[in-house]
Design a protein. Structure first.
Length: 310
C-alpha cells in the first residue's frame, strides 16, 4: 500500500469512527450545546464544511486554478455552522457522509505529482498537508471529544440506578468489554483478547445481586462459583472481536464500586517482564497462594482488568 493510499484509508477510518459515535449519541442530546459553544450537530456541520473546502481546494490546485485562502478560521467556522443550523439531524449526517465521500473521491483520483504541489500563501501548503490536517482534525480533536461525552453518558446512566433487567445486564457486559480494551490501550498502548471469553459484572447491593443472579440463571447453565456464580451462556455475547461465552455476577463488595472486570489472554511472564515496572500507577501486582495477577486500573475508568498467571 502506498503512503497516499494509507492516508486515504486513515481518513476513512477516523471519519467512520465519528459517524459511528454520532449514530450512538442520545437523540435528546444531539442539538444541546456540549462542546464549548457547539452541539454535536454543529460539530458535524463544522467537519462537513472543512471536508468540502479540502476537496474543492484540492481540485482547483489539480486544475491550476486559483482559490480563496481561508485565513480567519474562527469566522469561517461560525459562518459555516450558522448557515447549516436549519438542517435536520438526518440532513446534517447526510452532508457529513457526502462531504467525506467527496474528499475520498478527489484524493483517490489525484495525480501523484499534485499531492505535494505547493500552494497557498507563500506556497507553504500542499493537498497532502490538507488531508493530513483533516485526519488530525478528526482523530486528535473532535473524535476524542465525542468519545468522552459518550463514555460519560454511559457511566452516568449506569450510576443512576442498579441493573434491573436482562437488557441492562447485556449493555453492562458490552460496556465492560469495550472499556477494558480502552483501559489497556491507554495504559500500555495495546489491547488483548478476553481470556476464556469470561467477564464479570459487579453487583452493588444484595437486592441487585439477587436480581442479577436470577437473570443470569436464565441465560446459561452453572459453571463454577467464586465470589459469585458463573454460567456458560446459551447465547454468547459478541463485543468487537470478543465472543463472551461465560458470565459471572460478583457478590457486593465495597471495594468493588466499578461496573465489572475481565481477564486478558496473553503470556503472563512476558507481560510482567515488559510492562509491570513501566506503569506503576496503573498496573498492580497481586499475589495469591496458588497464583498471581496484575491489575489494570485508572481513576477515569469504572472497570478493572487483569492478566493472570494461570
Amino acid at each position: 500500500m502506498t503512503k497516499e493510499e494509507e492516508a486515504i484509508d486513515e481518513f476513512c477510518r477516523v471519519h467512520g469512527q465519528m459517524v459511528e459515535m454520532a449514530n450512538r449519541s442520545p437523540e435528546d442530546q444531539r442539538e444541546v450545546v456540549l462542546f464549548d459553544r457547539w452541539s454535536l450537530k454543529d460539530m458535524l456541520a463544522h467537519l462537513a464544511a472543512w471536508n468540502h473546502v479540502d476537496a474543492e481546494h484540492t481540485e482547483r490546485v489539480r486544475d491550476g486554478k486559483e482559490f480563496e485562502w481561508i485565513s480567519d478560521w474562527d469566522s469561517f467556522n461560525e459562518r459555516e455552522v450558522s448557515r447549516r443550523q436549519h438542517l435536520s439531524w438526518g440532513a446534517t449526517m447526510d452532508e457529513l457522509t457526502s462531504s467525506a465521500d467527496y474528499v475520498v473521491r478527489v484524493f483517490r483520483d489525484l495525480p501523484l505529482a499534485v499531492w505535494d504541489k505547493p500552494c497557498g500563501p507563500e506556497n507553504k501548503s500542499t493537498p497532502r498537508g490538507w488531508l493530513e490536517a483533516e485526519i488530525r482534525h478528526y482523530r486528535d480533536t473532535h473524535n476524542p471529544e465525542v468519545l468522552r461525552k459518550l463514555e460519560n453518558n454511559t457511566k452516568e446512566s449506569m450510576a443512576i440506578q442498579p441493573i434491573q433487567n436482562k437488557e441492562q445486564l447485556l449493555a453492562a457486559v458490552r460496556y465492560v468489554a469495550e472499556q477494558t480494551s480502552r483501559l489497556a490501550e491507554k495504559v500500555i498502548g495495546k489491547v488483548f483478547p478476553i481470556k476464556i471469553k469470561s467477564l464479570t459484572i459487579f453487583a452493588h447491593s444484595e437486592p441487585e445481586f439477587e436480581l442479577l443472579t436470577q437473570v443470569q440463571a436464565e441465560m446459561g447453565k452453572p459453571h463454577g462459583y467464586h465470589n459469585g456464580p458463573r454460567v456458560e451462556l446459551y447465547e454468547p455475547i459478541t463485543v468487537g472481536g470478543n465472543k463472551i461465552t461465560h458470565l459471572r455476577i460478583r457478590k457486593p463488595d465495597p471495594e468493588r464500586p466499578q461496573v465489572g472486570c475481565n481477564d486478558f489472554e496473553t503470556d503472563y511472564d512476558a507481560f510482567k517482564r515488559e510492562y509491570l515496572a513501566k506503569h506503576p500507577g496503573h498496573l498492580r501486582l497481586m499475589k495469591r497462594p496458588e497464583y498471581e495477577m496484575i491489575e489494570f486500573s485508572d481513576p477515569t475508568f469504572d472497570v478493572l482488568a487483569y492478566v493472570v498467571s494461570h
